[in-house]
Design a protein around this ligand. Sequence first.
Ligand SMILES: [Zn+2]
Ligand SMILES: [Zn+2]
Length: 309
Amino acid sequence: MMDKTPTNRRHFIQLGLLSGGASFLGWKLHAAQKSDDALALYQPQMEKIRPLFMKKREPGFSDWLAQHKEPGQTFEQYLKINPNRPTAERTRIYLQAIGIFTKNQTEVIYSVQSFMEIVFGLEVKMLPAQGIDQIPASAQRGDALKGNRQLLSTHILDEILKPKRPKDAVAVLAITNEDLWPGEGWNFVFGQASLGERVGVWSTARLGDPEKESKMFQRRVLQVAVHETGHIFGIKHCTAYECCMNGSNHQAESDQTPLVFCPECDAKLWWACGLNPSKRASALNAFAKEHALDPDTAQWERIAKALAS
Ligand SMILES: [Zn+2]
Ligand SMILES: [Zn+2]
């Protein structure tokens, strides 16, 4: 979850904003099912879309799976771990922005909110933004003027997010454009989460230039947002297909990772969040079209068609 060197990528998290309305409820199917019914319920829909997905490629030398032996996680295995998921009491994802954001960065954060509401079928609410001046000197290092200021990720998790986590939060995620470090011995971290506490923080500081390469920046931020929230919902790295839940060791590998979840990983969200797979796929296709998220747009279109058949 933490990374020591620039070649050794991110791991961690994100969040959402104030909800624009109740449209995200449109693809809620029903209250989350019991796990023993879930396999039978979702298997037919998984099989409809399975042929649309590429098996996970063999990793290159510096890729995640060449350096981390991971077993993957099927939908069936996920059902057995009693993952963190929405309940009658925990119905929302909260997003905490930390820092000062440019217009482009702010627009990307709002697109993250909309995207997450579709992916998870939950309301994503923005907590009041917080400035850097509220973070004590002991939780900062470097110098903003020299461009090397960093914030202590554990301070954000333990002192900012946990104490004010709303009762109805299934996850609280902070996003900052400041660089992060997780403690002594580390150069930086892309993000960090406390899965048991349902809180996480991630930085956009190393995800590209939001002004000069705004589309790429947006895609990366969206990808981190749903990947890391997937972890908070108990989803492990995917080793079966090319999938949004693939681990990634460096930016080039991340950039090849789809925004789309594979059948095994998407079924986890269908079940955990009580989603209507078909309506949600159509909504994702529309979102991807609006934001020009190729090639994922075409994949969601194929998925929506397959699920509607
Ligand atoms: Zn991950
Ligand atoms: Zn997957």
